[in-house]
Ligand binder design. Structure first.
Ligand SMILES: Nc1nc2c(c(=O)[nH]1)N[C@@H](CN(C=O)c1ccc(C(=O)N[C@@H](CCC(=O)O)C(=O)O)cc1)CN2
Ligand SMILES: NCC(=O)N[C@@H]1O[C@H](COP(=O)([O-])[O-])[C@@H](O)[C@H]1O
Length: 203
């Protein structure tokens, strides 16, 4: 099989980044992690990438004149490394057409709610504050909107009585660490089809 090269975009702790690295290192995910893109130089995901010897493009948006300017540099890195798939795993910046244009259909995001409920930031807190009985995680293609791209997969997570955002987050993250590598595996194996907003997966 041809190599399948991925870039992971992250801004925070990087537990999803680590879940992908672990699956690759165990031989359970046949991809090459070519690059970590991170907008927060002090984020723990940077330490995880150093440990895993994954090349990095780490930047502070304040040092660039616009989103488009730093996304153009990122795109150059991605093209030079022949990246097949962008995986957004806790990347906290909205992507513009500079990347959405060339990568639509090859760029996914994991979100800690059952979209379209609770888009944006603080999705776990939003679910607890709203009082829903069930939330979950979503992996979707990234489009120009915010958390509005075609949905590839979802997993539900029950919200227990007296649940706090912290206790729920642990179970949300556990679900993410299973679902995200699974979706990457489906894409690597060319099992996912996209027709408008409809996404099909051949299991
Ligand atoms: N074009 C898209 N870009 C991104 C998407 C997307 O669906 N379309 N998903 C996000 C991830 N995300 C939720 O899943 C998300 C990330 C960031 C924000 C946001 O409001 N960011 C602010 C800055 C926040 C901060 O610096 O603390 C901003 O960019 O102004 C909302 C949702 C990844 N990108
Ligand atoms: N709106 C985007 C968003 O909220 N993404 C969420 O950020 C967390 C990153 O955790 P991690 O850094 O430990 O992988 C994950 O829960 C991911 O779903």
């Amino acid at each position: 099989m041809q190599p399948y090269r991925i870039a992971i975009f992250a801004s925070g702790s990087g537990s999803n980044f680590q879940a992908i690295v672990d699956q690759v290192q165990k031989g359970k995910l046949d991809v090459s992690i070519e690059l970590l893109v991170c907008d927060r130089p002090k984020a723990y995901v940077v330490e995880r990438a150093k440990e895993a010897k994954v090349p990095m493009f780490v930047f502070s948006p304040k040092e660039y004149e616009s989103r488009e300017a730093y996304e153009a540099l990122i795109l150059k890195e991605l093209v030079e490394r022949q990246v097949d798939l962008i995986v957004m795993a806790g990347y906290m910046r909205i992507i513009t057409d500079v990347l959405v244009g060339p990568y639509f259909g090859r760029m996914i995001n994991i979100h800690p709610s059952l979209l379209p409920s609770f888009p944006g930031v603080r999705a776990i807190e939003q679910a607890v504050e709203y009082g829903v009985k069930q939330t979950g995680v979503t992996v979707h293609f990234v489009d120009g909107g915010l958390d509005s791209g075609p949905i590839i997969a979802q997993r539900a997570v029950e919200i227990h009585e007296h649940e706090t955002a912290e206790s729920l987050a642990e179970r949300i993250h556990a679900a993410e660490h299973v679902l995200l590598p699974q979706v990457i595996r489906w894409l690597r194996e060319d099992r996912v089809s996209l027709d408008g907003r409809r996404v099909g997966v051949r299991l």
